[in-house]
Write a protein that binds this ligand. Structure first.
Ligand code: NAD
Length: 252
């Protein structure tokens, strides 16, 4: 079993903070040359410095803009001298509101980013892997909410359910080209952004509904991510891997 990524180029979208920044560090530690992609590259400078110049590169990317997606892959190839072998499709956002109070604009923003954006990035990556005749691994960062709904996040849940089905459709179409497409479906993972909420009564109540009675740590995702990115999962494609402390199997 080989979880190493030596000699591979990995691109992570939405890498300026949160899970994306963490994933870039994990992939670099496994030996990959990483390309951190985000709308504001100035926010990536520190991460590139920390990972190590030469082993990390920053490229501008707005996943909702197909022209920006193509330009990001061109910049990644120019910086690394190679085609991207591993894509972590991580960029995403949520708008919290009951379905009947979700504006058309918010619905579009969530779907444009989490589903259509992920489609643009995955197909751009796969086309380049295929043209270069290289095996590739695409990991879409979904959510357990794409498998089982939660209240007040209908747009997010629909986008992640769509991303899970897109994962399977792309896996089917790309299998013969040796491009694997899988999804990682995290449960509730503590990050800087949600830490304050989980400290509240409502947050604590939510944690009590998770069978393991705790939030996920970013590090809980490391091994599953490396498994899906590396040759360790050579015979896996179209799979959805939940990492959620048992949240999906919580008691009805
Ligand atoms: P986050 O908000 O810290 O990170 C999301 C990143 O995506 C940000 O850097 C943001 O700038 C970027 N992004 C948003 N729109 C973009 C666009 N148009 N183009 C390029 N980048 C864009 O949140 P996070 O918690 O780190 O989430 C990362 C991914 O993990 C998301 O897809 C999210 O849905 C998923 N996820 C997170 C959790 C969790 O508990 N934190 C659970 C399940 C799934």
């Amino acid at each position: 079993m080989d979880l190493r990524l030596d000699g591979k180029v990995a691109l992570v979208t939405g890498a300026s903070g949160g899970l994306g920044r963490h994933f870039a560090g994990v992939l670099a530690a496994a030996g990959a040359t990483v390309v951190l992609a985000a709308r504001r590259t100035e926010k990536l400078a520190e991460a590139v410095e920390e990972i190590g110049p030469g082993r990390a590169h920053a490229v501008p990317l707005d996943v909702t803009d197909p022209t920006s997606v193509t330009a990001a892959f061109e910049a990644a190839e120019a910086a690394t001298g190679a085609v991207v072998d591993v894509l972590v499709n991580n960029a995403g956002l949520a708008k919290t509101a009951p379905a009947l109070e979700t504006s058309p604009q918010d619905w579009r923003t969530v779907l444009d980013t989490n589903l259509t954006g992920a489609f643009h990035v995955a197909t751009e990556a796969a086309a380049r892997m295929k043209a270069a005749g290289r095996a590739g691994s695409i990991v879409n960062i979904a959510s357990i909410v794409g498998l089982r709904p939660a209240g007040a996040v209908a747009s997010y849940a629909a986008s992640k359910a769509g991303l899970i089905h897109l994962t399977k459709a792309l896996a089917l179409e790309l299998a013969r080209d040796d491009v694997r497409v899988n999804a990682l479906a995290p449960g509730y993972i503590e990050t800087d952004i949600n830490a304050a909420f989980f400290a509240t009564d409502a947050g604590q109540k939510l944690i009590k509904r998770i069978p393991q009675r705790r939030l996920g740590r970013m590090s809980d995702l490391d091994a599953p991510l490396l498994m899906l990115c590396s040759d360790a999962s050579a015979f896996m494609t179209g799979a959805v891997v939940p990492v959620d402390g048992g949240h999906l199997v919580s008691s009805l």
